[in-house]
Design a protein around this ligand. Structure first.
Ligand code: ATP
Length: 251
């Protein structure tokens, strides 16, 4: 089953084409790596899927719901972790989660059950009663992820989720990705860190200047780079860049 289906998804900022005619699918129970260098259009793509940005053309479905016509249903079925770890500095982890749970109508016993669920899944016992302003980056990131999955969305979008994390927090994040997938959930994992993609992604798409220039199973992509996803990625992007360069400049 397809949990996300993008069809000709595009975003223009004035005359600049940030995302061009993107078509791809996220299947149930897989981690799809959206891989691209800075500025390739990863964040723009994920924000459109999460109904935080309106596409210029094209559309997508999330869990079968159209992002343009059914944004509320889309939001109910999706969680997104993007753009830093800003959370309310003066609240404790528990208070942050209680606040967000309200948006999903999770109260009383249901909230306590979900809190127990995320606490165990993310190993965040020590974080709940700490003030956000006293938390490390890794602890903050756990709160950010916890708030994105309190409603147990079938689709989770992670945008450069390991940026700024130390080795332990990064490891915890990667293990969480695998565990969330093991629950039958579907994830889009955006990154430019190829070693992370090698570890957690089932399929990958290479995004370059707003276009999908390669898509395939992670193993196949690695094989194109002699066993290295990084080599495969660089090779493909160089190929595309060369094709684009006028003949005269190539000589
Ligand atoms: N609001 C905006 N107005 C104009 N241009 C924008 C806007 N937001 C993004 N862009 C441009 O669109 C392109 C794609 O940006 P986007 O943030 O989606 O890339 P990204 O792949 O997530 O990169 P990064 O890894 O650096 O976050 C970039 O060239 C960026 O400068």
């Amino acid at each position: 089953m397809e949990m996300v289906r993008a069809t000709g998804l595009s975003k223009r900022y004035k005359n600049f084409k940030a995302v061009q005619e993107l078509s791809f699918a996220l299947r149930q129970g897989e981690v799809y790596g959206l891989l691209g260098p800075n500025g390739a259009g990863k964040t723009t793509t994920l924000r459109m899927l999460a109904t935080l940005l309106t596409p210029s053309s094209g559309t997508a479905t999330v869990a079968g719901y159209d992002i343009r016509k059914q944004p509320l249903e889309v939001r109910r079925n999706l969680g997104i972790v993007n753009g830093g770890m800003q959370v309310y500095e003066r609240l404790t982890g528990r208070e942050v989660l209680e606040f967000f749970a309200g948006f999903y109508g999770l109260e009383g016993r249901l909230f306590r059950e979900r809190l127990a669920w995320v606490t165990e899944l993310l190993e965040m016992e020590g974080v709940l009663d700490k003030l956000v302003r006293e938390m490390s980056s890794g602890m903050r990131q756990k709160v950010v992820i916890a708030r994105a999955i309190l409603h147990q969305p079938p689709v989770l979008l992670l945008d450069e989720a390991t940026a700024g994390l130390d080795v332990f927090a990064r490891r915890a994040l990667l293990e969480f990705v695998k565990q969330y997938r093991a629950l039958g959930k579907s994830l889009i994992y955006s990154t430019h860190v190829m070693s992370e993609a090698e570890e957690v992604c089932d399929r990958v798409g290479f995004l370059y200047e707003g276009k999908l220039v390669y898509e395939g199973p992670a193993g196949e992509a690695m094989a194109h780079g002699g066993g290295s996803l990084e080599r495969s990625f660089i090779r493909r992007l160089e190929e595309v860049a060369t094709q684009r360069t006028p003949e005269a400049l190539r000589r």
